[in-house]
Design a protein around this ligand. Sequence first.
Ligand code: NDP
Ligand code: X2W
Length: 340
Amino acid sequence: MGLSVGIYGGGGYVGVELVRLLGGHPEVGSLAVASRGHAGRRIREVYPQVAAGGEYLDPAEVDASGLDVAFVAYGHGESAEAVRGLLEAGVRLVVDLSADFRLPDARVYREWYGEHPAPELLGEAHYGLPEVFGAPGGRLVANPGCYPTAAILALAPVIRRMGGGVRSVTINALSGVSGAGAKPSPRTHFVSVNESVSPYGVTGGEPRHRHTPEIEIMLQRLGEAPPVTFVPHLLPISRGELETIVVEAGEIPGPEEVLGWYREDYAGWCFVEAREEVPHISHVANTNRARLSAAVDRRAGKLLLFAAVDNLLKGAAGEAVQNMNLALGYPEDLGLEHLR
Ligand SMILES: NC(=O)C1=CN([C@@H]2O[C@H](COP(=O)(O)OP(=O)(O)OC[C@H]3O[C@@H](n4cnc5c(N)ncnc54)[C@H](OP(=O)(O)O)[C@@H]3O)[C@@H](O)[C@H]2O)C=CC1
Ligand SMILES: CC(=O)N[C@@H](CCC(=O)OP(=O)(O)O)C(=O)O
């Protein structure tokens, strides 16, 4: 029979990656793909590059009470109410790909996103970065942001071991344009991004990107972590993300020692790999892999960490399917073997 799975927001970039992955998942018996904007259209007509047959449904046409698992790939602020409705309908597991359940405190959420539409559910969300926080328990998974996925994977082993010794963390992040989603905007217009690179998320002379509190809060769960300076940049490529993270600390470990920490902490997890060579976006694009590396600037007394992921896979849909697998007791790479 297999699992009955629903995708909400199947018309977006993350939604269509979910269609691709879940359409080939061996435990998925039926897949309902809902889209507010594309209901009634064939999926292949909207995304000709996707092999999936079938039609987009209106969300109201999906019988949520019959779903075992639902994935919600709406924008932040829109997801929370849909998630609440799905849980009320009795869906066994809801994986939310937006930021709505990532921050555990409604006051912090308000500061970065506005009033929370379903604050009563915040306490039961599991932050779905399994290599750091374990397999999800419960019925609600908050899938991490793409930048926080790379940053926390690179920093968690360091914060666990160096904790209070870390004086500062600066994250220089680069992302492909699909990170901004399918909705067109002047910032992501071809002419704005082509043959150029630009920092963004700096307002009023201050770096202020909503992933900053997500990274800080999750690192603080692991040890003493300082405030983080996070500056993203938009690259003229379609997908993939690279972060160069500068850590200042009283005592700087050697790069081999940091690689050893990575290998120890991520032993047994198949999608995170530590290597001596620095990662490139091309090493991870179209995979569910996160690649990590480290270097030391002894002259300046700084530790450099490097992390690369595909924003739509390990940074979103791939990680979401990994979370479903782990929550339901399947191997983490079931249906994702080709993305290792
Ligand atoms: N893009 C990325 O790399 C990552 C995104 N996320 C998060 O996942 C969620 C979905 O992101 P993503 O798929 O990138 O966002 P999109 O902008 O591509 O899609 C978001 C929603 O908008 C609707 N939509 C799709 N295309 C258009 C369009 N052309 N004009 C207007 N609305 C449209 C879809 O809903 P419907 O089908 O119902 O019409 C879709 O679910 C967001 O919360 C995002 O923050 C998380 C990690 C990485
Ligand atoms: C290039 C680009 O615009 N990227 C997005 C991040 C996408 C993502 O992973 O984050 P959320 O799930 O939190 O939206 C941004 O900076 O807002």
